[in-house]
Write a protein that binds this ligand. Structure first.
Ligand code: RIB
Length: 302
């Protein structure tokens, strides 16, 4: 079993569907309101666990009522929650999501997620080194993310960095990272001066740029490779598709798939994930993956 540590945000998603977005000072009527479990870290943890990883969540919740529910949800998904901290006098993380014609805008409020500190990570060093993979994103504080790069590079655990949401990046950290998965927008903010081709060829088999319905792009050491996406049967809600991709990619790499195969596997998981509302509800189990006509026997995942 792949031993996977996910360091990141654990949040509640407050999702309002409306016909359009309000302008400044305007009140409009929404169509629907739902709460879902979310947070990029928690979403990626759920994605890996559904596929069959032994998943450990590292992060923090606050002392509000949401915190206990967020932990319960992870437990219900058979994720180990013993490394999660509860931060006093802070709200748990939340995301205010507005869906208009299937397109999301998100306001992320970090709350306790931001209080998961370098000190917290440093206490987990021995545990983290014992994992096969660490998945980390940008809904943790920059200091915490950089602490992981500085202290866990070159250990037996591989580091997969999903730089979402977008923020500036010091490319000196590329040496510490085993795989990095920006989308186009994140890529442009991280590497504003260079083209995608230049950067991808500089980091072969390490950087994967996700392009939504256009699939994903990486360089295999000889040439650029575009790995096409799968056509989704139903597009209900794309929130969390990127998290499903990242969780599935990490799981496939942990199962020793070649990078191109791992990306195909992750593309399939992402396509299946968007058939249900909420970030986590549509994330496929390994059984659902195997039932798909696109599942490849050569992936050889038990
Ligand atoms: O990637 C999707 C997630 O990002 C949502 O679940 C929400 O929590 C946002 O921050």
């Amino acid at each position: 079993m792949v031993k996977m540590a996910v360091i990141g945000s654990i949040s509640t998603d407050f999702v309002v569907t409306s016909k359009r977005r309000p302008q400044a000072g305007e009140t409009i009527f929404g169509e629907n309101f739902e709460t879902y479990f979310g947070g990029k870290g928690a979403n990626q943890a759920v994605a890996t666990r559904r596929l069959g990883a032994e998943t450990y969540m590292l992060g923090a919740v606050g002392t509000d009522n949401f915190g206990a529910n967020l932990i319960m949800n992870l437990e219900n998904n058979q994720i180990d929650v013993s490394h999660i901290k509860t931060k006093q006098n802070l709200p748990s993380g939340s995301a205010i999501i507005n869906v208009v014609e299937g397109e999301n805008t998100i306001i992320y409020v970090a709350g306790a997620n931001d209080a998961y500190s370098c000190e917290d990570v440093s206490k987990e060093r021995a545990f983290l080194s014992s994992c096969d993979l660490i998945l980390i994103q940008n809904e943790s504080s920059p200091e915490t993310v950089e602490f992981v790069f500085n202290n866990l590079a070159n250990e037996q655990c591989k580091i997969i960095y999903n730089p979402a949401p977008a923020r500036e990046f010091d490319s000196q950290f590329m040496a510490a990272i085993d795989y990095i998965t920006p989308n186009e927008h994140e890529f442009q903010l991280m590497f504003p001066e260079q083209t995608m081709e230049e950067i991808l060829s500089q980091y072969p088999n390490k950087m994967i740029v996700t392009l939504g319905s256009q699939g994903a792009l990486f360089h295999n050491g000889h040439e650029l490779v575009r790995v096409p996406s799968y056509t989704a049967e139903q597009i209900i809600d794309t929130t969390g598709a990127g998290d499903t991709f990242n969780g599935a990619l990490a799981f496939a790499i942990g199962n020793h798939l070649e990078l191109e195969e791992a990306i195909r596997f992750a593309n399939l998981a992402a396509a299946l994930s968007i058939g249900k509302e909420g970030a986590q509800n549509g994330m496929p189990t390994i059984k659902q993956m195997k039932e798909s006509v696109y599942f490849e026997k050569t992936w050889n995942i038990k």
